[in-house]
Ligand binder design. Structure first.
Ligand code: UDP
Length: 476
């Protein structure tokens, strides 16, 4: 008789933002697929539905090892309106720091929970820098999850240490990121202003705390696969000395249609209606446009996108917010375009053969979901590490075309508006001609590699098994 593997309890503590919660749920499901592993996901009451609906299905399928633990989110104590529990509601200037303050107040609840349950491992978001010390109090190893690619992790660290933005005199003058395997240029305008404008800022303090907690912690989980960015996976481990396990693309772990439509918020379109619309479209002909969970485009920008789309003559699916006013556009484009108001079943769309390109804000989840489905991208970064992801997609993987976004902003204004001609040009460039074919070919190759990485014996699946084995050894 074989020996039963030792039971493991892994606790996940994702930041309260969809781009962090969605991949965390995928990762938890990957963990519980291993025998003898149970997990708990910590969240707040208003964020709980993101997890509970999907977990109900997991329970029905017999794998009932994901539990949810609710912490009260002290919004009002931190000066936020009551009910503000998701970063999406707190992106305005000044509000974001309050949100981080409220998040830091979760420390006591976390420590009480760890003391009571004594799990074998805590996987906490990068923003919970203090959780390394909380876990250490109870001798629990802490893993960090940033939700970034290896490339972005390396680039962010190189920028933090070498401050190459000090070598230029204007915001638009490019500087090179030293030491990286490729020659990558950025401008100050593409970085968070708090990083380079001020000697001291909450942002800089946070960055420093993230690095400090990184060095003390047990290691890092990365949503990527080795074959996508081998030089940067090696650089991160060997040159930057970090312990890391790559286990992605985690979105590929959603195998059936129910899992695919239950990621994040309630989808705003019936999946059958969506698939029916696709059926009338040719292979690789539709452009999918979606800017993630947090970005609100201002009306003049919506107008420019609408006109650029119309002028390009391409078929499209465009995800907008519920209250976005598109003028008479919706009536004009009947048949050519599908507008989704609210939340789209993104991975179901990206995996459809009719999709030929993705116009994206370059959030890492969206970027990797496109890569996993072999879809070339029009890159339109705005904030966080999105400008790094644009460089990675357009210059290293060479499967993207930049729309020409120039300035880091969490709240786009008139000066950020990309005009219809640039949009139309990017739409044509990504879809037409030999260069477009080359991009598409490379994208399809990455799709195959992504899927292989998750197969038994593949690089991501092996790294996850190695991590689980190491945690089992530690807990004996
Ligand atoms: N997403 C989705 N439907 C939408 C918008 C977003 O399913 O209408 C999902 C998308 O598939 C991805 C996540 O939400 O998994 C967004 O994460 P990303 O890192 O791309 O961007 P963020 O929202 O963090 O800016």
């Amino acid at each position: 008789m074989g020996v039963e593997p030792k039971q493991l309890h892994v606790v996940f503590f994702p930041f309260m933002a969809h781009g962090h919660m969605i991949p965390t749920l995928d990762i938890a499901r990957m963990f519980v697929a291993h025998e003898g592993v149970k997990t708990t996901i910590i969240t707040t009451p208003r964020n709980a539905p993101t997890f509970t609906k999907a977990i109900e299905k997991t329970i029905k399928s017999g794998a009932s090892s994901i539990n949810i633990e609710l912490f009260n989110f002290p919004a009002q104590e931190a000066g936020l309106p009551e009910g503000c529990e998701n970063l999406e509601q707190a992106l305005g200037p000044g509000t974001m720091d309050k949100f981080f303050k409220a998040a830091a107040m979760l420390r006591n609840q976390l420590e009480q929970f760890l003391e009571k349950t004594r799990p074998n491992c805590l996987v906490a978001d990068m923003f919970f820098t203090w959780s390394t010390d909380s876990a250490a109090k109870f001798n629990i190893p802490r893993l960090v999850f940033h939700g970034h690619s290896f490339f972005a992790l390396c680039a962010l660290e190189i920028i933090r240490v070498y401050e190459p933005y000090n070598n230029v005199s204007t915001d638009m003058e490019p500087f090179i990121l030293p030491l990286l395997p490729h020659e990558i240029e950025l401008t100050r305008s593409q970085l968070a202003p708090d990083l380079w404008k001020y000697k001291e800022s909450e942002y800089k303090k946070r960055n420093f705390a993230i690095k400090e907690s990184e060095l003390k912690r047990f290691g890092v989980i990365v949503n990527s696969f080795y074959e996508l960015e081998p030089e940067y996976a090696d650089f991160y481990r060997q040159k930057l000395g970090r312990r890391a396990w790559h286990i992605g693309p985690v979105s590929l772990y959603n195998r059936n249609i129910e899992e695919k439509i239950q990621r994040g918020k309630q989808v705003s379109i019936d999946e059958h209606e969506c698939l029916k619309w696709f059926n009338s479209k040719k292979f690789n002909s539709v452009i999918y446009i979606c800017f993630g969970s947090t970005i609100h485009m201002i009306p003049p920008q919506l107008q420019e996108i609408a006109m650029g789309l119309e002028a390009s003559g391409k078929d499209f699916i465009w995800v907008v917010k519920n209250d976005d006013d598109l003028g008479g556009f919706e009536d004009r484009i009947k048949g050519k375009g599908l507008i989704i108001r609210g939340w789209a079943p993104q991975i179901l769309i990206l995996e459809h053969d009719a999709v030929g390109a993705f116009m994206t804000h370059c959030g890492w989840n969206s970027t990797l979901e496109a890569i996993s489905n072999g879809v070339p991208m029009i890159t339109w970064p705005m904030f966080a590490e999105q400008f790094y992801n644009e460089k990675f997609v357009t210059q290293i993987l060479r499967i993207g075309v930049p729309v020409g976004a120039k300035r880091y902003t969490t709240a786009p204004s008139l000066e950020d508006v990309v005009n219809q001609h640039d949009i139309e040009k990017a739409l044509r460039e990504i879809m037409e001609g030999n260069t477009a074919d080359g991009r598409r070919y490379r994208a399809k190759e990455f799709k195959k590699l992504a899927r292989k990485a998750l197969e038994e014996g593949g690089s991501s699946s092996s790294d996850l098994s190695a991590l689980i084995n190491e945690l089992r050894c530690l807990s004996t």
